[in-house]
Design a protein around this ligand. Structure first.
Ligand code: F6R
Length: 555
């Protein structure tokens, strides 16, 4: 963290959790009229005190925080060293502080100096810059990483995410690529790439501060899991014409790709399944970071469907860039209004599930399943996508397994491996169950199509290995039960999640019967609770799992 108090720049930083650094360095006692803070997600240089942000120029005239990667930092650093600059860290970020210092000495204008310095950078960045002799202002700049201005009452904010300042203001200005901004307490100046002043009025974000409290829950993650009876309904509140437009684009597409990362990708797999099987439309679902390698059929006339909670995932934004370069249209399903993805897309449907604070995606996943189903229904010519009210009741019912899950956690909390298997439309839910457990509990988990077990993984099953089998009634039910039998025969403790009980399960978690297209929603609920309670039982912080960030804005 850095502050400027009457032209005295103070920097305090360190490696560790924010609360630990606060204890060691008493960050909150820093005084000043402006300040900035950053939690670093290491890319260049280890996780050490000296590599923590902010970074300062040689004489501490300039301090910088940075989200992103500077690809050409080595030649820049070499040049700066040759010109007598001294470096204190191994980071790519530090070059920015030195470059801005040089330009500031030359131009004496913080905004123009920052702009001149960023022109030398290759890569991705969102930066905030403070100047020792200017306690009245802060400068920001962005390229391919989010940066948003919050306009308050005689106070200004700069952040990667609206959530960072929503407690103070809901009036925002979204910056575009290559823009540089100067914030004073009652004035915002924006320069475009070519140095021209840009006039942009603040917009009001629809999210409310109330959405940001934990209410009576101990963690955001638990609150967000419990919000799902409501959020599946709000997700379904869509402008019918927009859904139709989305569906028309899919029907007309010469080739169709669905792309996303992590949990959002799992929702994309479900969408692909229905498009293939029910609408007989060929779609490729590819993780965003790999899209380029699979994009042989992406070009003019193609459609890229993207799914994202944050709308800022770097891998996804790269995929969008690639698609647009090739002349394809981009249609997105996104939660964050005004996010880069929402702004770059040709068509957008919002998830309407409110801010998701917990790092693990929960309610955004079930909202994605609802919205993608509406789109697929529209592709199939069904004008009204029904059944959401019943779904809300079913989700509320599914949440009642909480105590049962806690008991299960008690029995399995010291295990080192978990498996999640399913067939057909439920397979992506098995992947999702494993991902949730890994990221929150740090237990090794694998999710897969049950049919794949016999091709290798079954060798790992021994007496007492916990295996979650998703096997709701439907086309795959009998096959899933056969897999469960095979697992039991090898000693596995089969945990069945299904709407029908079977004696093959050592533990049975009942979920309500819903329309098949919504099965993933009700099955996701116990999986989310399992991961959450496991994290708590193992003394992990479920809201902020180690090594992870809520929006992954670096490639
Ligand atoms: C898992 C999780 C991540 C995200 C992924 C994509 O719980 O949260 O796997 O799903 O980073 O993020 P968005 O949806 O913001 O693009």
């Amino acid at each position: 963290m850095a502050t400027n108090n009457n032209c005295a720049l103070s920097i305090r930083k360190g490696a560790g959790r924010v609360s630990e650094i606060e204890q060691r360095q008493s960050l909150s006692s820093l005084k000043g009229s402006i300040g900035m803070a950053h939690t670093r997600w290491a890319t260049h240089g280890g996780v050490t005190d000296k590599n923590a942000h902010p970074h300062a120029s040689c004489r501490e005239l300039v301090a910088v925080i940075h989200n992103g990667i500077i690809e050409n930092y080595l030649p820049l650093k070499k040049d700066l060293l040759a010109r007598g600059h001294r470096f204190r860290s191994e980071t790519d970020t530090e070059v920015i502080a030195h470059l801005v210092e040089d330009e500031y000495k030359r131009l004496r204008d913080p905004l123009r100096a920052t702009m001149a310095a960023t022109k030398k950078l290759k890569g991705q960045y969102a930066i905030a810059v403070m100047f020792q002799d200017r306690p009245d202002l802060m400068v920001g700049a962005r390229k391919d990483a989010p940066l948003i201005v919050g306009v308050g009452d005689r106070k200004m904010f700069l952040a990667s995410d609206v959530l960072a300042f929503l407690g103070h203001t809901d009036r925002t200005i979204f910056l575009d690529n290559y823009e540089t901004v100067e914030l004073k307490k009652d004035k915002v100046r924006i320069l475009s790439r070519n140095g021209k002043e840009v006039k942009r009025k603040p917009t009001q974000v629809a999210w409310e501060l109330g959405d940001l409290s934990k209410s009576d829950f101990t963690h955001y993650t638990l609150k967000e899991i419990n919000e799902q009876p409501r959020t599946v309904v709000s997700a379904a509140t869509q402008d019918v014409e927009k859904v139709e437009e989305f569906a028309r684009a899919i029907r007309k597409a010469k080739s169709l790709y669905i792309t996303a990362s992590g949990t959002s990708y799992h929702a994309g797999l479900l969408m692909k399944f229905r498009l293939n099987k029910e609408a007989r439309i060929r779609a490729d679902a590819v993780v965003a970071g790999e899209l380029k390698e699979h994009s042989g059929f992406l070009g003019k006339g193609s459609v890229l469907v993207t799914l994202s909670q944050s709308g800022e995932t770097a891998d996804l934004m790269e995929a969008v860039k690639e698609a647009k370069k090739r002349g394809a249209k981009v249609y997105s399903i996104v939660n964050a209004v005004g996010s880069s993805l929402a702004r770059e897309s040709d068509g957008v449907l919002l998830l309407n599930c409110g801010p998701e604070v917990g790092v693990a995606a929960t309610k955004s996943f079930t909202a994605q399943v609802v919205v993608t189903n509406m789109v697929v229904d529209a592709v199939l010519g069904k004008r009204r996508s029904n059944g959401v009210k019943e779904l809300a009741d079913a989700v509320a019912e599914a949440l009642k397994c909480d105590q049962q899950i806690r008991n299960l956690v008690w029995e399995y909390k010291d295990r080192s491996d978990f498996y999640f298997v399913a067939r057909g439309y439920e397979s992506p839910v098995a992947l999702e169950g494993a991902l949730k457990l890994k990221e929150l509990s740090y237990i090794h988990a694998e999710g897969m199509a049950a049919s794949e077990l016999k091709h290798g993984t079954i060798a790992l099953i021994e007496k007492g290995t916990p295996v979650v089998v998703l096997s709701s009634s439907g086309e795959s039910h009998a096959d899933s039960l056969s897999s469960a039998e095979e697992l039991r025969a090898r000693g596995a403790d089969v945990i069945g999640i299904s709407d029908v009980k079977d004696e093959v399960y050592r533990h049975y978690i009942q979920v309500p019967r819903v329309q098949p297209k919504f099965t993933p929603v009700v099955e996701a609920v116990p999986l989310q609770l399992l991961a959450y309670h496991m994290a708590v039982a193992r003394r992990n912080d479920p809201d902020y799992p180690r090594n992870l960030a809520k929006s992954v804005t670096v490639k």
